[in-house]
Design a protein around this ligand. Structure first.
Ligand SMILES: *[C@@H]1O[C@H](CO)[C@@H](O)[C@H](O)[C@H]1NC(C)=O
Ligand SMILES: *[C@@H]1O[C@H](CO)[C@@H](O)[C@H](O)[C@H]1NC(C)=O
Length: 356
């Protein structure tokens, strides 16, 4: 009995020793990274970008391309899409456009379809780190998320649209956003804009994003794209996946910083949402990790905005014949709608199409 208690105490002491050791490491790293100027959280900007991350789910491509969809007003009014990319093969969707009020290029990625979210979450639970991230020692990433950006029609479409926009608008800020798996792709895109195009003004803001790589990757990521905020909501299950195993820091998935955790505190009938800006470790134990990730409904609403498809349409494409002229299709059937950004107001050829 005595021996057993002692053993348990011993285990606890070593756990604490282990954890304080880790804390120390993290603190040293933070000090170093502060020189890279971490992102500061801007509530106003988050409430604007969440609307872009919601709009990219819209399946009616005409309404989306012309920015007339039900989610295309409000804080995003006046946005102009330069390129809308639909990767039919992999059921992915993203757009690039210019927001004059933000003086920025905005890129948004669609997440997983709602109908398949349960299966997707279950798959993520068992997911292992399964790909080396090229060029960085020990960095490993989730192969599916990595290739959704890097090995599809999204990457070339986006890089091309960004270059076109910059020819016209110069060196304006580039803001990359997405929800759920769209957040994972946004992170890989932000990294790619820095590495492939040498872009300096890249800002990434994601909502309900899963983990995408290990600690070595997270550390590399945060040096290359320091201006990154990962918003998590309440008990949203997805930021908890794939799982983080505290005892195996080298073997496990690890978030990059900086998390901002939204949670409610209630006093009777009054409920306040707190927005907690978390530490620079990426895995702040006092943020979303302090609660269990067991909610899909928390995953589907951010800042009161619905994040998911407008129709349970799977990967159905709805397109008006009037915008077909802006589109081109590759051999695999993937679609890109694009227009010359210098023609600042998109005009649908209503007369022509009604007379024909
Ligand atoms: C936050 O973002 C909004 C919208 O881009 C901007 O107008 C405002 O100046 C920003 N605030 C700070 C403190 O940077
Ligand atoms: C890229 O995609 C193609 C076709 O979808 C596939 O055959 C190839 O294995 C993929 N490459 C990687 C590195 O995932």
């Amino acid at each position: 009995m005595g021996t057993r208690t002692l053993l348990i105490v011993g285990v606890f002491i070593s756990l604490f020793a282990f954890s304080s050791c880790r804390e120390l490491n993290v603190k040293v790293k933070n000090k170093h990274k502060q020189q890279h100027q971490f992102a500061s959280y801007n509530h106003t900007l988050a409430r604007i970008l969440v609307q872009y991350a919601s709009a990219v789910y819209i399946s009616d491509l005409t309404e989306l391309f012309t920015w007339t969809c039900s989610r295309c007003g409000g804080l995003t009014e006046g946005f102009e899409i330069i390129e809308l990319i639909v990767d039919v093969q992999h059921c992915l969707q993203a757009f690039v456009g210019v927001a004059a009020d933000l003086n920025a290029i905005v890129i948004a990625f669609r997440g997983t379809q709602e109908t398949s979210i349960q299966n997707w979450v279950e798959d993520l639970y068992w997911k292992q780190l399964d790909s080396d991230y090229p060029g960085v020692d020990d960095a490993k990433v989730h192969h599916g998320f990595y290739s959704a950006y890097h090995n599809t029609s999204l990457k070339p479409g986006i890089l091309n649209a960004v270059q076109e926009a910059k020819e016209l608008y110069g060196d304006i800020q580039i803001m990359v956003t997405g929800h759920s798996m769209g957040g994972a792709m946004a992170a890989f895109c932000g990294l790619d804009l820095r590495l492939s195009l040498g872009e300096q003004n890249v800002q990434v803001l994601t909502f309900g994003q899963p983990r995408i790589g290990n600690a070595a990757f997270a550390s590399y990521y945060s040096q290359v794209v320091p201006n990154t905020i990962r918003v998590t909501n309440g008990h949203d299950v997805v930021p908890h996946l794939p799982p983080y195993y505290y005892y195996f820091p080298q073997k496990t998935y690890h978030h990059f910083p900086r998390e901002v955790w939204l949670y409610n505190i209630g006093f009777g009938s009054l409920i306040y949402t707190v927005e907690k800006v978390c530490d620079g470790s990426g895995e702040d134990p006092t943020c979303s990790r302090s609660v269990s990730g067991n909610s899909i409904s928390d995953h589907l609403t951010y800042y009161g905005v619905h994040m998911g498809c407008d129709a349970s349409s799977g990967c159905k494409i709805i397109m008006d014949p009037r915008v077909v002229g802006y589109g081109k299709t590759d051999q695999e059937g993937n679609l890109i709608l694009s227009r010359d950004p210098s023609r600042s107001i998109l005009k649908l050829k209503t007369d022509e199409s009604s007379s024909s």
